[in-house]
Design a protein around this ligand. Sequence first.
Ligand code: PMP
Length: 389
Amino acid sequence: MTDARGRLARHIVDLPKSGIREFFDIVSTRRGVISLAIGEPDFDTPWHIREASIASLEEGCSHYTGNAGLPALRQAIAAYVRERFGGAYDPAHEVLVTVGASEGLDVTLRALLNPGDEVLYHEPCFVSYGPEIAMAHGVPVAVETHAEDNFRLSVEALEAKVSPRTKALVVNFPNNPTGAVLGREDVEAIADFAIRHDLILISDEIYAELTWGGRRHVSFASVPALRDRLVLLHGYSKAWAMTGFRMAYVCAPAWLMDTILKIHQYAIMCASTPSQYAALEAMRQPAEDMAPMLRAYEMRRNFLRAAFAEAGIPMHNPAGAFYAFPQIARFGLSAREFAVRLLDAENVAVVPGTAFGACGEGFVRCSYATGMEQLKEAAARIARFVKTL
Ligand code: PMP
């Protein structure tokens, strides 16, 4: 095809390729790699959840559900969000079952943005935020967070980037890739900022259940003053180890959900029916299902903190999610060079911090959604590697 570029959507063609993908392409050419690069649980979904999905198919549930999802699932979600997040949502009009939090973010941004609207988000962050905002014709505006601050999002940093064109703010705590969490004071200060500047707050709380050292997640849904301007994204991928089911949900006030639902209805119809039955089963005994996984993550996180300290690799306190974000700047290599040379020398894959935004330079992301034995071996190899630098 001549002039292929001219025929394509300019705002998509101009998007950069994902920095993680480029690195995974290198990793995939090698054998025997211990990978700390993966952003999904190493656990399989609890069996009774898989079984419920199989049973739904055996019973003939191979048809569409209503656009917004099974009523029983939306009721269970509303109950969970009320109890766990402190937010009250009407399951009939304010809860939407989506194909992962990824779809939830996409439909929310598309419902909100007109071309040129600015959206604030903080970096380092999940690789999709900037591109998702751009794909919805918005203008991504990154706000930096820093290790010295434990990667908390400060109102001063937000104030420096907000403008009359700012429409929304995307936040993610517990954070991928830094493991940062927010306390009640931070949450209230950010909520106050959003209200003062009349912004929609989109809070991706997909790691809500994964907090360590006795910390408990504070949800933006627990701030009553945000009720009419908050979009809560949460789902089953992380805490229930259900990435392949592609199950998540959006909670939003009815005025906004109406428009979000319109996009979901035309683009998706409804989330996968057998996956929705799995999610419904996942709501039956969440604490029991999660407990062994959470125990394992916390042990691994404690192990990694100690191992990096012993190896002389500085790290802030990762209090949530399943990522450590050690600082490697002192070894005189860029994040990418560090990751490539570590892979070359010791066959251990980590992700350069720059994959999550420019201010991730000087850091690498190590996922501890990896078995303890592999983690121990990887830590020993990393310690050996940094001694050579
Ligand atoms: N948000 C964050 C912060 C994530 O880390 C991920 C997955 N890596 C997602 C959203 C996407 O999750 P889902 O599987 O629900 O689409």
